[in-house]
Design a protein around this ligand. Structure first.
Ligand SMILES: [Zn+2]
Length: 243
């Protein structure tokens, strides 16, 4: 256990201020919350720092780890879980890979949101319904969506708990939430420490274990069906329901 730090920002999951220092990367401390174990960055980078960082990456298609078979499997799974056709929201839709798969499925009406205009314009050209901004900017009505997908989004957010509460509000009863994020318990993360490729402020701000991911999603009100995370898997997948 590293030294105890009073963190400059409160823990995004539980609001506690004390963390054990795991790594120091430039001016960012990576700490483990002493109360809930969430690993997070302190301080949270300023908007200027994050926009400069994301501008450097802008317009490159984001790697779709959710292509082909995986997408089709997830679409099948969500259909099974909700038993509904309905509205599906993808937060962080990038160039719209999931939207294209759903177009063929005809089961879901797709809506994507993202913060990168050049990727959104690629998605628009494919005929997808997408809009700019975070979920807080959209002013969706209560219980609009039967499914919400956040694929490699949660770890980037400065206020992930607030975002999940908003996701809960816009999800219909019996609707599902699907989250994908790197797993900090992966054996390579343990072996490589601060050199692990997913440790990267100001891009990644929260680092989840299966337990802390479950805790955060449950704190937002969802009932977690399962977290598929394993020390041999770099990424984990969580499926939750609004009961
Ligand atoms: Zn905490």
């Amino acid at each position: 256990m590293g030294e105890t730090l009073m963190t400059e920002n409160v823990c995004p999951l539980c609001g506690h201020r004390e963390g054990s220092l795991l790594y120091q990367i430039r001016n960012y401390a990576i700490v483990r919350c002493r109360s809930c174990d969430l690993i997070h960055v302190s301080p949270v980078p300023s908007t200027e720092e994050t926009s400069a960082f994301y501008q450097g990456l802008a317009s490159k298609p984001r790697p779709g780890s959710l292509r082909g078979f995986k997408y089709r499997f997830l679409v099948w799974l969500m259909g099974r879980m909700t038993g509904l056709r309905g509205e599906l929201l993808e937060i962080g839709c990038a160039q719209g890979d999931l939207g294209m798969v759903l177009k063929r499925s005809k089961r879901w009406r797709y809506h994507g949101i993202d913060l990168e205009p050049s990727l959104l314009s690629v998605a628009k050209k494919k005929g997808l319904e997408v809009s700019y901004g975070g979920i807080e900017d959209q002013k969706f009505d209560d219980e609009t969506f039967s499914a919400v997908v956040m694929w490699h989004v949660l770890e980037h957010l400065p206020r992930p708990m607030e975002t999940l509460l908003e996701v809960f509000r816009v999800t219909r009863k019996k609707g599902v939430l699907l989250v994908g994020t790197p797993n900090i318990e992966h054996r390579r993360a343990r072996a490589q420490g601060p050199r692990w490729k997913y440790i990267g402020p100001p891009g990644h701000l929260s680092y989840f274990t299966p337990a802390t991911l479950r805790k955060m999603v449950e704190s937002a009100g969802f009932k977690v069906s399962f977290v598929y995370g394993h020390i041999l898997k770099t990424h984990m997948t969580l499926v939750a329901k609004k009961t």
